[in-house]
Design a protein around this ligand. Structure first.
Ligand code: NAI
Ligand code: BUO
Length: 249
């Protein structure tokens, strides 16, 4: 029970990696609030969380700044504070750079970068009190400059820059803030693997550990580590949970 009684907010945790993190943290005793736009999947995940601890589901679009404050207020009202913030949700559209539009930048920044910024600001007073932990999300698509990912890569690298600034500014208050850059077999990737098995096999063969990560057992357990006191001396870092695909030196 490495997170017993801790209170966490995870954006985009009705499904995918966010769900994996929510379940991994709930199993360690944390009270997790799911923030998502998908009510059906959110309810399913809440029921799973509630098998371990008391969770909460808030159906809100995090791209709207006013929703961020109301989420934070609801969590503090119900659970009395905030120890863990995981900025996981992010939507994007792919296109070659020459076909990338400002709308694509808007989608990626409005669902990824700005909510991360707004949640960090709104949670800061509570994280200062709890000496809490923040986990943000990057992507190999940004770090390696994957073709067709201009808008997404830009937003992800903006999140990494902001995270390093926050690590320096918030370190004296004992708030740790780190980044996970994952590769994981989510429900979406699972469906794609069935529709295009050849390209899927090619992708797996390019990963040194020859498999995609599991949202709960690989990414979730890393998030538990970053949310626990086991990582108290780590901040401002990007942790590659991608089977060895990207080496940071
Ligand atoms: N799956 C992978 O292999 C990789 C994922 N990532 C990053 O990991 C994180 C999680 O990725 P996945 O689980 O694959 O994502 P996903 O697309 O499978 O799930 C995202 C969740 O966020 C929710 N969501 C989307 N827009 C929202 C909004 N405006 N307000 C509230 N909720 C919203 C969705 O309903 C969904 O439940 C993201 O930051 C992604 O960029 C990075 C590299 C690879
Ligand atoms: C979704 C994503 O971040 C990829 C494919 O790197």
């Amino acid at each position: 029970m490495r997170l017993k009684g801790k209170v966490g907010i995870i954006t985009g945790s009705a499904s995918g990696i966010g769900r994996g993190i929510a379940l991994a943290m709930a199993k360690e005793g944390a009270h997790i609030t799911i923030v998502d736009i998908n009510e059906e999947k959110g309810q399913q995940t809440l029921e799973e969380i509630n098998q371990y601890t008391e969770g909460m589901l808030i159906i809100k679009d995090i791209s709207k700044e006013e929703n961020v404050k109301s989420v934070v207020d609801s969590v503090v009202d119900k659970f009395g504070g905030i120890d863990i913030l995981v900025n996981n949700a992010h939507a994007s559209k792919q296109a070659m750079l020459m076909d990338t539009t400002l709308d694509m930048f808007d989608l990626s920044f409005n669902t990824g970068f700005y909510p991360t910024f707004h949640f960090m600001k709104a949670c800061h007073p509570h994280l200062k009190k709890s000496e809490g932990k923040v986990i943000n999300f990057a992507s190999g698509a940004g770090i390696n400059g994957q073709p067709t990912q201009t808008a997404y890569a830009a937003a992800k690298e903006a999140i990494r820059g902001m995270t390093r600034v926050a690590a320096n500014e918030w370190g004296p208050d004992n708030i740790n803030i780190n980044i996970i850059s994952p590769i994981a077999k989510t429900e979406g990737v699972e469906a794609w693997s069935k529709s295009d098995p050849e390209q899927y096999e090619e992708m797996v063969n390019a990963i040194p550990l020859r498999r995609l990560g599991d949202p709960q057992n690989d990414i979730g357990k890393t998030a538990v580590f970053l949310a626990s006191e086991d990582s108290d001396y780590i901040t401002g870092q990007t942790i590659m949970v991608d089977g060895g695909s990207t080496k940071l030196y």
